[in-house]
Design a protein around this ligand. Structure first.
Ligand SMILES: [Zn+2]
Length: 443
């Protein structure tokens, strides 16, 4: 194989690779689909394609371990292809497709279908998560060993909790043999039934039925106890409350095998926004109060919350354009995540860029046992180059996702992907002028 054939040099960017502790200005050379060399100044062959990354950040490709791609069943909301393309534009080189489709991902054939469709999309890599229970019904456990063998990276009934503690126990026991996590959607449904938003002062003022924090925390506590009891690996999806953060912090101190994720919208927004009755702010778990939001940020800072995942949940305009009570839960997130995180975490002084990169690449890769998340020589060349200062206004008309239900519509954000490589191939490039060195620009 002629190595020079597909050489790419990314020159003069700020290279951030938390896995190897690198944070420096330099070059990254990619060849034959892998990271070839990282250094201050790298000589390259004449045929190499050179990208000038002056003023830009070069990081491992982002990994989103929580995306709803709606295929099969609701291809009008999203397809695996449109979701994988939206992901790429957002800087994600890998995404995990959640299994609550119609039919659900609960058989080997369905797992393979998601993998094949993902490969066919020619965009971000797509990894399937498979159902914990057959048909996501919460009753009999799926053929977890076979699903794992077919390529499932983890198990979840997300969209629904596993209400039966005995079933969750068994899932955690199997998962410990299969060396992968069980991902828990923490919701005690006897407390959430009919709820539309966070229970509190705002829900009372608006006359909307509330979803109390304790409905999440009860299952977080239960599943932590079950994880400790079985030794199975537990991952808490989209945690949203202060007490959930405290529970996980204590569990980690005790040595329980628990990891957790938070979403950009829970990190950035609160239930005060619901006063507009805009259904783009309706999601599950709901937006909480300011002290919950600050607790999530503290959890990210001290390592209690391992990673950030979008919970990308596309819905059509027709579905969302109804009375608040009637609208489905969920918002899109793949294309706004990076801008939201830079604006609300990094520019706000809560997290360093390096910490943010770790939460978006290395941590989710580790949780899922993927080989991505690093720029070490020899690693697959999944790379995201982004401009942390580029200001843009969220306009859903520009989305590659099929759906427009973003809570960030019209918001001005800082930070956008500029160049995204998957396996050493540049699959997303923003317009040329954005690749120009930022240093020469007027402030
Ligand atoms: Zn969920």
């Amino acid at each position: 194989m002629n190595m020079a054939q597909d050489e790419i040099l990314i020159r003069g960017g700020r290279i951030i690779d938390p896995a190897s502790g690198v944070d420096m200005v330099g070059d990254v050379l990619v060849s034959g689909g892998t990271i070839w060399k990282v250094g201050k100044k790298i000589n390259h062959s004449r045929s190499a394609k050179v990208y000038d990354a002056g003023g830009l950040v070069v990081s491992p490709g982002f990994v989103d371990m929580h995306a709803h791609l709606r295929e099969p069943g609701r291809e009008d909301e999203e397809t695996i292809e449109s979701g994988a393309k939206a992901a790429l534009k957002g800087g994600f080189t890998s995404i995990v497709a959640m299994p609550n489709t119609d039919p659900p991902i609960d058989s080997e054939g369905m797992v393979r279908l998601v993998i094949e469709k993902g490969e066919g999309a020619g965009a971000a890599r797509v990894f399937p998560m498979a159902a914990i229970t057959k048909g996501l019904k919460g009753e009999s456990i799926s053929e977890m060993a076979h699903l794992r063998e077919a390529g499932a990276v983890a198990f979840t009934d997300d969209g629904n909790p596993v209400s039966n503690a005995g079933t969750m126990r068994r899932a955690l026991e199997y998962a410990s043999m299969l060396e992968c996590p069980v991902v828990s959607h923490c919701e005690e449904t006897s407390l959430t039934k009919g709820g539309a938003m966070n229970e509190g002062a705002v829900s009372t003022a608006l006359g909307l039925k509330g979803i109390p924090s304790v409905a999440e925390e009860i299952i977080v506590a239960r599943d932590i106890l079950l994880s400790g009891f079985t030794g199975g690996r537990l991952h808490i999806a989209h945690m949203s409350t202060k007490e959930s953060v405290d529970l996980i912090r204590r569990a980690k101190k005790m040595g329980t095998k628990v990891t957790a994720e938070a979403t950009p919208h829970h990190i950035a927004l609160t239930d005060e926004l619901l006063r507009s009755y805009d259904t783009n702010f309706k999601m599950n778990p709901p937006l909480r109060k300011e002290d919950d939001r600050m607790a999530l940020i503290e959890g990210l800072r001290d390592g209690t919350i391992d990673c950030i995942a979008t919970d990308h949940a596309p819905h059509t305009e027709i579905e969302k354009d109804v009375a608040f009570d009637d609208a489905p839960f969920g918002v899109t997130g793949l294309e706004t995540a990076l801008g939201v995180l830079i604006t609300f975490l990094v520019e706000a002084g809560h997290l360093t860029l390096e910490q943010m990169v770790e939460k978006l690449s290395l941590s989710p890769s580790k949780i899922l046992g993927l080989s991505s998340g690093t720029l070490r020589p020899g690693a697959q060349a999944d790379i995201t180059v982004f401009d942390p200062h580029l200001e843009w206004t969220v306009s859903p008309d520009d989305f590659l996702s099929k759906s427009r239900n973003s809570p960030f519509c019209g918001m001005k954000l800082a930070g956008h992907a500029v160049l995204v490589l998957v396996s050493g191939r540049a699959l997303y490039e923003s317009s040329k002028e954005r690749m120009a060195p930022r240093g020469n620009q007027p402030a």
